[in-house]
Write a protein that binds this ligand. Sequence first.
Ligand code: ATP
Ligand code: MG
Length: 657
Amino acid sequence: MHWTPEHAQPLNQWPEQHLDVSSTTPSPAHKLELPPGGRQRCHYAWAHDDISALTASNLLKRYAEKYSGVLDSPYERPTLGSYGDAAFLNGAKGDPEPWPGPEPHYPLASLHEGLPGTKSGSGGGSGGLGSSPVLAGNLPEPLYAGNACGGPSAASEYGAGYGGGYLAPGYCAQTGTALPPPPPAALLQPPPPPGYGPSGPLYNYPAGGYAAQPGYGALPPPPAPPPTPYLPSSLAAPTPLPAPAPPRPAPTSYSFQAAAPGAEAGVSLKRKAADEGAEGRYRKYVYEPAKADGASYTSADNGECRGNGFRAKPPGAADEASGKYAGGVPLKVLGSPVYGSQLEPFEKFPERAPAPAHRGAFAVPSGEPPKGVDPGALELVTSKMLDCGPPVQWADVAGQGPLKAALEEELVWPLLRPPAYPGSPHPPRTVLLFGPRGAGKALLGRCLATQLGATLLRLRGATLAAPGPAEGARLLQAAFAAARCRPPAVLLISELDALLSARDDGAAAAAGALQAPLLACLDSGCGAGADGVLVVGTTSRPAALDEATRRRFALRFYVALPDGSARGQILQRVLAQQGCVLSERELAALVQGTQGFSGGELGHLCQQAAAGAGLPGLQRPLSYKDLEAALAKVGPRASPKDLDSYVEWDKMYGSGH
Ligand SMILES: Nc1ncnc2c1ncn2[C@@H]1O[C@H](COP(=O)(O)OP(=O)(O)OP(=O)(O)O)[C@@H](O)[C@H]1O
Ligand SMILES: [Mg+2]
């Protein structure tokens, strides 16, 4: 119910205009019949005889309208005080002229006297009115304390209960004639999300809002979908990925890890579940027997060896490849103009090798010979530490399916893919592989180099520490410099713990002294400015790494011992090279007997068997009996306690896989 202007008519005109009365003049008799003090009950007593029940009901309704209109109206209206019949609020008729009669009017308290906290403190019955902010806003300003609108304030006169009580300190009393119109609907909409400014409207709505609709039947068709992307003009459109992602392994036939449930204590439950749930996920990691052409190491020829088994590519070829996915703009990161000539596009295993264009993010800065590096040490590192072994594919590593998948997904793919947008986080450039000796850490490092098409430089911690701290630091710096010169490069540092751990022998000082250069090299060689170098550290004593060193390796993966299935594959491969073919039963027995052996120890077992049989020249093929004899002498080096400690370290610091 809302107040309308017609409510402003003086109340004494209402009976004439709105009531169905036959007599508009009160008779003297009626007046005389008024009981003393009965004004409030007999306002319209003079009409009682003449109005019907319906009229009386209408009368009540009208008054109810008027009363509620005063309280609730959102429209502009005069203040209460301007009503001629303001006394209506007190229950009286409110005629402007005094009511004729013998009795005097009831004294009508002024409105503010009925408000709590007023000066007079009458405590009249109108306290409820004062509690309504709307009604209070209609009161003359001097009545208010704490008026925040600059008007006269009565704060000094009125008690604290007024200004600091119900009304908020910042409350601005609104006068009845100045009620603001309702805000436009647009302002009531929730604000747009940050970044969506007016320059980039989400939708193409008409600027002034929709035109008034002629009717329900003539609704215009809904606005067409925005022709522009949802991004505002201030945001750059995302650059499309220049290179397609390498295909994920097809979930078809992986079975290695699942074949020996529980055999690998170090394999996390997460990857195990993935194994068991989707056996074929790691199909491409299936171990393959040795390839005839890949078994022998190629020698470094004219500096073209890059340590990944692939021959160098003529300059210029990479430019074509790099431009292929970059919209004609050659990708600088793919070039290796000074030191590293470009790679042959994986002619040996084209089906498994990454496409050259995928090497975009494993960036290749235009290599300059590093300043401040001893040229002699650089030459030494380049000639001695460059690994020119055959390429190692995922399938060349038996077992380790979850680990291989993790390495590929978390390391290889991020390095090969260009960043999605400028400022996106750098892919990891350091990885630590830890686990028992001979478990295949270095093999995996070589595999990473192959997958990245990178130059492989190999260092051994013991070799670095041997000549003394100064020489060791010089070699270390030269190795990092050489890697930066030949990007993309993988720097494989085996036995990392030998650089760090303090031992009781004379090498303690040298080892400890190499920690600072190592950390400095890791910071400078793998920082933001060192694109194209991946450092792979391996250790069989991860507990020897202090926190500073540990933190330098972004990823830390546990390389567990091969399970039964992987052991069978490694044995088959090594024995095949020695011309030994075992029956299924014999192989199963051998696998059973070599529980806890690492891949390296399995190779050592086969060598021992050959040596024990006196067959260095392979006059006859190895037999199962030779292997049985060797098995009696050779055992696994890692104790169950050692294996438990790896698992514990992996739980605490490992990246999990
Ligand atoms: N999973 C595997 N599949 C095939 N060969 C393996 C595997 N694991 C180990 N080998 C073989 O075992 C030998 C030792 O492996 P590797 O040098 O990689 O071990 P490692 O973990 O680096 O040992 P260390 O801690 O002593 O450096 C290599 O000849 C390697 O080919
Ligand atoms: Mg090794």
